[in-house]
Design a binder for this molecule. Structure first.
Ligand code: MG
Length: 254
């Protein structure tokens, strides 16, 4: 054996070579958590939790009536009540009659299968906290999700992982929300904060919603300092919702 080959085979080099290979493989294969441009980990084997409302929850939709909701202009909710216990988007976005500040929200949604549609036109709806901050509802199954995909806080925070199920399957969101805080002069000292579990998987971790979503309630309709409604978006796609309940934190319900 040549002297050069003996040098390469020296045992002391082997662990270093293995460690270097593992390091570079790790960099390129590492999942991305929220920030950055890496490819999101796809979380599979998830399921929608059809969770019954706890005893202290306010039921916002139980499959029998849309009475807790109105259209944006205060008129009666026109969403279609289905015999399956769901309601389907129709006739404009809707808001709850009650307003909330900080809360835990549970809801389930079903995105239609729209193979011909693309991007933001593929099963778009959305859940707005305080009427202002949207957690996107969209067919983002299998995608390297961005901040405008399902589970994203629209144009503010990308989900940490993709936990989406296929369209036409029921999915769930569990949202923990803190409204923004202001000092005595009216200056915001803490933006709204949102944590989300999608299909039982943690996808948003206390993300700061530092701006109201573009298509949210406007400044005349909803002051950021005031309690606000839950808003479900009509984006022209027949998305369904069911089993919606909320647990406000503290004596903040109006
Ligand atoms: Mg939307």
């Amino acid at each position: 054996m040549k002297r050069k080959d003996k040098w390469l085979l020296r045992s002391s080099w082997v662990p270093a070579i293995i460690a270097a290979a593992a390091f570079f493989a790790g960099i390129f294969a590492a999942p991305c958590f929220g920030e950055g441009t890496g490819k999101l980990r796809q979380v599979t084997n998830v399921s929608s939790a059809n969770t019954k409302p706890p005893s202290d929850a306010i039921v916002l939709f139980d499959g029998k009536s849309t009475d807790a909701w109105t259209r944006m202009n205060g008129e009666r909710c026109r969403w279609e009540l289905l015999p399956t216990g769901a309601m389907r988007v129709r006739g404009g976005s809707i808001i709850t009659k009650q307003k909330f500040t900080d809360f835990q929200l549970h809801l389930e949604f079903k995105i239609p299968y729209m193979p011909e549609a693309k991007g933001q036109g593929r099963g778009n709806s959305g859940v707005y906290m305080q009427g202002l901050y949207e957690v996107q509802v969209l067919d983002s199954y299998g995608l390297d999700s961005k901040d405008n995909d399902c589970g994203g806080i629209y144009r503010v925070s990308r989900p940490m992982v993709n936990a989406c199920l296929k369209p036409a399957e029921w999915q769930s969101y569990d949202v923990l929300f803190h409204s923004p805080r202001f000092d005595e002069s009216g200056k915001m000292v803490k933006p709204a904060r949102i944590s989300v579990l999608q299909n039982g998987v943690w996808i948003q971790d206390n993300a700061e919603a530092w701006k109201r979503t573009t298509a949210s309630m406007n400044e005349k309709e909803q002051d950021e300092k005031e309690p606000g409604p839950i808003l479900l978006q009509d984006h022209g796609n027949p998305v369904q919702y069911r089993n919606i309940w909320i647990r406000p934190l503290g004596p903040t319900v109006r």
